[in-house]
Design a protein around this ligand. Structure first.
Ligand SMILES: NCc1[nH]cc(CCC(=O)O)c1CC(=O)O
Length: 331
């Protein structure tokens, strides 16, 4: 068969997570990798625009639509919530560890034992909100850019950064799992919808390519991914904003499978959190039920307020001005 032309972001993490996948398709399916150096890679400045829907993937999707590549590799977390017309997700790799992790400059510290007043670098609203709840003494320093560049900043003693919070799977994909100081419980820091899932996107009508990549697809992850995208769709969320959450699969000894969808929304100053779980044998129904409950408790207002105030999310005063209208802490 003709080689599959695969498009992926050119960051170190993207290339390191994509290369083994390509290798596993050979020799039956030869592949050629085309790296894309789009908007996502070099936004290390904290005044860069928020990571809104599709900012990482627009350029790769355009090449896919134009027929310049056959497969796009995305972190599902960064992929557009709505399928771009003519394109469709064709497979999902088995999910990695969904947890975020703490990476410290000096070994040994955990979120609980970081010194009072330590500086933790993250530009994520979700991570900032969790820090404000669990460690209000910590100074949050906005830091964007590829994970390997954030690590360089951490390791530079002049940066004054004591720790980072990044996805555990991004450290694993970079071959840096040994630098993980603590894998943070999802009860303390809820992962984003679509975390730790690598997705393959093709043209919708390209059955040849869709079949060629089927050996890579993990059905359980596919179901969880679909449930999580449904929550995102219903809540109007996007990569760096609420809601957070995930779907888990539990196979009972009696042959039944139960899906639990957790969904969470919060204000970044940590004053208000909504955290819901819905379970059932139908993952889509669980996702819809969790979304309804989140909306009923006011999360849609959170999401709207978040997207109104994107540039100001680090400004606690802005949040205090908005938060009273959103009601007290619910759960
Ligand atoms: N926004 C950057 C990004 N996009 C996906 C991941 C992690 C990998 C994944 O969840 O698939 C990361 C880095 C991070 O959050 O530390």
């Amino acid at each position: 068969m003709n080689p599959l032309r695969v498009g992926a972001r050119a960051s170190k993490m993207s290339l390191m997570q994509t290369a083994p996948v390509l290798a596993s398709l050979a020799p039956a399916v030869p592949t050629i990798l085309r790296p894309f150096t789009g908007a996502g890679g070099d936004r290390t400045k904290d005044r860069a625009p928020l990571e809104s829907d599709g900012v990482f993937s627009d350029e790769i999707e355009a090449a896919l639509v134009a027929g310049e590549i056959d497969v796009a590799v995305h972190c599902l977390k960064d992929a557009p919530t709505l399928d771009t017309p003519g394109l469709a997700m064709a497979g999902f790799l088995r999910r990695d560890d969904i947890r975020d992790c703490l990476v410290t400059r000096r070994p040994g510290a955990t979120l609980a034992t970081l010194p009072v007043g330590a500086t933790v670098a993250t530009a994520s609203l979700r991570r900032t909100a969790a820090l404000r709840i669990h460690r209000p003494d910590i100074t949050v320093r906005p830091l964007r850019g590829p994970v390997d560049m954030r690590l360089q900043a951490l390791d530079d003693p002049k940066s004054g950064i004591d720790a980072l919070i990044v996805a555990a799977c991004s450290m694993e994909r970079l071959g840096l799992a040994h630098r993980i100081a603590e894998r943070i419980s999802p009860e303390i820091l809820c992962p984003p919808l679509g975390a730790a899932i690598i997705a393959f996107q093709t043209r919708e009508d390209d059955t040849t390519t869709r079949e060629a990549i089927q050996p890579l697809h993990d059905p359980e992850t596919g179901i969880e991914a679909a449930a999580e995208r449904l929550v995102l769709l219903r809540m109007g969320g996007f990569c760096n904003a609420p809601p957070a959450g995930y779907c888990t699969t539990n196979s009972g000894t009696d042959g039944t499978t139960t899906y639990t969808v957790r969904a969470q929304s919060f204000t970044p100053d940590g004053t208000t959190t909504i955290d819901v779980r819905r379970s059932g044998s139908d993952p889509a129904a669980a996702a819809v039920a969790a979304s309804h409950e989140l909306a009923r408790l006011g999360a849609t207002e959170f999401a709207t307020a978040q997207s109104d105030g994107l540039g100001q999310h680090a400004d606690a005063r802005w949040w205090r001005a908005k938060a009273p209208a959103l009601g007290p802490r619910r759960t």
